[in-house]
Design a protein around this ligand. Sequence first.
Ligand SMILES: [Zn+2]
Length: 197
Amino acid sequence: MFEGKLEELKNGFKQLPGIGEKTAERLAFYLISQDKQIGLNLAELIHDSITSIQKCEQCNMLSEKSPCQFCSDDERDVASLCVVEKSQDVYLIEETGVYNGKYFVLGNLISPLDGIGPAHINFPKLQETIEKNSIKEIILALNPSSAGETTMSFLTSKLQGPQIKITRLATGLPVGGDIEYTSSKTLASAMTHRNEL
Ligand SMILES: [Zn+2]
Protein backbone atom coordinates (compact mmCIF):
# COMPACT_ATOMS: atom_id res chain seq x y z
CA MET A 1 0.00 0.00 0.00
CA PHE A 2 2.79 2.45 0.92
CA GLU A 3 5.55 3.35 -1.49
CA GLY A 4 8.83 5.29 -1.64
CA LYS A 5 9.90 7.14 1.52
CA LEU A 6 6.73 6.24 3.36
CA GLU A 7 7.40 2.56 2.76
CA GLU A 8 10.99 3.04 3.98
CA LEU A 9 9.78 4.82 7.12
CA LYS A 10 7.28 2.03 7.81
CA ASN A 11 10.02 -0.60 7.39
CA GLY A 12 12.20 1.43 9.78
CA PHE A 13 9.54 1.21 12.50
CA LYS A 14 9.05 -2.51 11.83
CA GLN A 15 12.62 -3.15 12.98
CA LEU A 16 11.71 -2.02 16.50
CA PRO A 17 10.66 -4.61 19.10
CA GLY A 18 6.92 -5.08 19.48
CA ILE A 19 6.02 -3.13 16.32
CA GLY A 20 4.11 -5.09 13.67
CA GLU A 21 2.97 -4.20 10.16
CA LYS A 22 -0.18 -2.30 11.19
CA THR A 23 1.43 -0.25 13.96
CA ALA A 24 4.39 0.59 11.70
CA GLU A 25 1.98 1.85 9.04
CA ARG A 26 0.05 3.93 11.56
CA LEU A 27 3.20 5.53 13.03
CA ALA A 28 4.73 6.33 9.64
CA PHE A 29 1.50 7.86 8.38
CA TYR A 30 0.99 9.82 11.59
CA LEU A 31 4.45 11.41 11.45
CA ILE A 32 4.11 12.70 7.90
CA SER A 33 0.47 13.78 8.08
CA GLN A 34 0.26 15.51 11.49
CA ASP A 35 2.27 18.46 12.86
CA LYS A 36 5.61 17.87 11.15
CA GLN A 37 7.51 19.38 14.09
CA ILE A 38 6.64 16.35 16.25
CA GLY A 39 8.48 14.02 13.88
CA LEU A 40 11.41 16.38 13.34
CA ASN A 41 11.88 16.85 17.12
CA LEU A 42 11.69 13.11 17.61
CA ALA A 43 14.28 12.51 14.87
CA GLU A 44 16.65 14.95 16.56
CA LEU A 45 16.07 13.42 19.97
CA ILE A 46 16.79 9.92 18.63
CA HIS A 47 19.97 11.16 16.98
CA ASP A 48 21.16 12.99 20.13
CA SER A 49 20.41 10.07 22.45
CA ILE A 50 22.17 7.54 20.25
CA THR A 51 25.26 9.68 19.80
CA SER A 52 25.58 10.91 23.40
CA ILE A 53 24.82 7.72 25.35
CA GLN A 54 27.69 5.29 25.73
CA LYS A 55 28.65 2.38 27.95
CA CYS A 56 30.12 3.15 31.37
CA GLU A 57 33.76 2.02 31.29
CA GLN A 58 33.39 0.41 34.71
CA CYS A 59 29.99 -1.33 34.79
CA ASN A 60 28.88 -1.34 31.09
CA MET A 61 25.69 0.50 31.94
CA LEU A 62 24.35 2.78 29.18
CA SER A 63 24.92 6.32 30.41
CA GLU A 64 25.69 9.87 29.29
CA LYS A 65 28.67 9.91 31.63
CA SER A 66 31.49 7.43 32.13
CA PRO A 67 31.85 6.49 34.94
CA CYS A 68 28.06 6.44 35.29
CA GLN A 69 26.00 7.91 38.16
CA PHE A 70 26.18 4.63 40.12
CA CYS A 71 29.91 3.99 39.71
CA SER A 72 30.75 7.57 40.68
CA ASP A 73 28.47 7.56 43.75
CA ASP A 74 30.71 7.37 46.86
CA GLU A 75 27.74 6.73 49.15
CA ARG A 76 27.28 3.27 47.69
CA ASP A 77 28.59 0.07 49.28
CA VAL A 78 31.56 -0.92 47.09
CA ALA A 79 31.78 -4.40 48.60
CA SER A 80 28.45 -5.41 47.11
CA LEU A 81 28.00 -6.00 43.38
CA CYS A 82 24.66 -6.65 41.70
CA VAL A 83 25.06 -8.39 38.33
CA VAL A 84 22.26 -7.78 35.81
CA GLU A 85 21.67 -8.60 32.15
CA LYS A 86 20.62 -5.18 30.80
CA SER A 87 20.95 -1.51 31.73
CA GLN A 88 17.16 -1.27 32.23
CA ASP A 89 17.41 -3.88 35.01
CA VAL A 90 19.54 -1.44 37.05
CA TYR A 91 16.65 1.03 37.11
CA LEU A 92 14.18 -1.71 38.06
CA ILE A 93 16.31 -2.65 41.07
CA GLU A 94 16.86 1.00 41.99
CA GLU A 95 13.07 1.45 42.08
CA THR A 96 12.76 -1.21 44.77
CA GLY A 97 14.82 0.99 47.12
CA VAL A 98 16.30 -2.03 48.93
CA TYR A 99 19.77 -2.05 47.39
CA ASN A 100 22.64 0.40 47.81
CA GLY A 101 25.64 -1.34 46.29
CA LYS A 102 27.27 -1.19 42.88
CA TYR A 103 26.15 -2.76 39.60
CA PHE A 104 27.60 -4.67 36.68
CA VAL A 105 25.78 -5.09 33.35
CA LEU A 106 26.58 -8.32 31.47
CA GLY A 107 24.91 -7.21 28.23
CA ASN A 108 23.90 -10.80 27.41
CA LEU A 109 23.00 -14.11 29.01
CA ILE A 110 24.85 -17.27 28.03
CA SER A 111 22.73 -19.23 25.57
CA PRO A 112 24.69 -21.85 23.60
CA LEU A 113 21.74 -22.54 21.27
CA ASP A 114 21.78 -18.88 20.19
CA GLY A 115 25.57 -18.91 19.83
CA ILE A 116 26.06 -16.74 22.92
CA GLY A 117 28.92 -18.05 25.04
CA PRO A 118 30.93 -16.83 28.05
CA ALA A 119 32.94 -14.56 25.70
CA HIS A 120 29.83 -12.41 25.13
CA ILE A 121 29.11 -11.43 28.75
CA ASN A 122 31.99 -9.10 29.62
CA PHE A 123 33.38 -11.72 31.97
CA PRO A 124 37.02 -10.52 32.07
CA LYS A 125 35.84 -7.05 33.07
CA LEU A 126 33.57 -8.52 35.74
CA GLN A 127 36.47 -10.47 37.21
CA GLU A 128 38.66 -7.36 37.17
CA THR A 129 35.94 -5.32 38.93
CA ILE A 130 35.57 -7.97 41.63
CA GLU A 131 39.31 -8.15 42.29
CA LYS A 132 39.87 -4.40 42.21
CA ASN A 133 37.06 -3.53 44.63
CA SER A 134 37.43 -6.42 47.13
CA ILE A 135 33.81 -7.43 46.53
CA LYS A 136 32.33 -9.47 49.39
CA GLU A 137 28.89 -10.19 47.98
CA ILE A 138 27.81 -10.78 44.39
CA ILE A 139 24.08 -10.72 43.74
CA LEU A 140 23.08 -12.45 40.52
CA ALA A 141 19.89 -10.56 39.62
CA LEU A 142 19.18 -12.49 36.43
CA ASN A 143 15.99 -13.90 34.95
CA PRO A 144 15.09 -17.42 36.10
CA SER A 145 15.01 -18.49 32.43
CA SER A 146 17.17 -21.24 30.93
CA ALA A 147 19.75 -18.69 29.70
CA GLY A 148 19.65 -17.00 33.13
CA GLU A 149 20.21 -20.33 34.91
CA THR A 150 23.08 -21.25 32.55
CA THR A 151 24.71 -17.88 33.19
CA MET A 152 24.29 -18.15 36.96
CA SER A 153 25.87 -21.64 36.95
CA PHE A 154 28.80 -20.37 34.90
CA LEU A 155 29.36 -17.30 37.08
CA THR A 156 29.01 -19.26 40.33
CA SER A 157 31.56 -21.87 39.23
CA LYS A 158 34.04 -19.21 38.13
CA LEU A 159 33.63 -16.70 40.95
CA GLN A 160 33.12 -18.86 44.02
CA GLY A 161 35.79 -18.36 46.65
CA PRO A 162 36.16 -18.31 50.42
CA GLN A 163 35.95 -14.52 50.61
CA ILE A 164 32.89 -14.10 48.39
CA LYS A 165 29.23 -14.74 49.09
CA ILE A 166 27.23 -15.28 45.90
CA THR A 167 23.46 -14.88 46.08
CA ARG A 168 20.63 -15.01 43.55
CA LEU A 169 17.16 -13.50 43.66
CA ALA A 170 14.71 -15.48 45.76
CA THR A 171 12.14 -17.66 44.08
CA GLY A 172 8.71 -16.16 43.98
CA LEU A 173 9.70 -14.74 40.65
CA PRO A 174 7.79 -16.80 38.07
CA VAL A 175 9.86 -19.63 36.56
CA GLY A 176 10.70 -18.77 32.94
CA GLY A 177 9.66 -15.22 33.72
CA ASP A 178 11.26 -11.89 33.00
CA ILE A 179 12.16 -9.38 35.72
CA GLU A 180 11.24 -6.57 33.32
CA TYR A 181 7.58 -7.55 33.76
CA THR A 182 7.72 -8.16 37.50
CA SER A 183 6.11 -5.66 39.85
CA SER A 184 8.45 -3.54 41.92
CA LYS A 185 7.06 -5.13 45.11
CA THR A 186 7.79 -8.69 43.95
CA LEU A 187 11.28 -7.66 42.88
CA ALA A 188 11.89 -5.92 46.23
CA SER A 189 10.93 -9.12 48.04
CA ALA A 190 13.15 -11.22 45.77
CA MET A 191 16.07 -8.85 46.47
CA THR A 192 15.50 -8.93 50.23
CA HIS A 193 15.12 -12.73 50.47
CA ARG A 194 17.87 -13.60 47.98
CA ASN A 195 19.39 -17.08 48.21
CA GLU A 196 23.01 -17.94 48.75
CA LEU A 197 24.62 -20.05 45.99
ZN1 LIG B 1 29.01 2.48 35.82
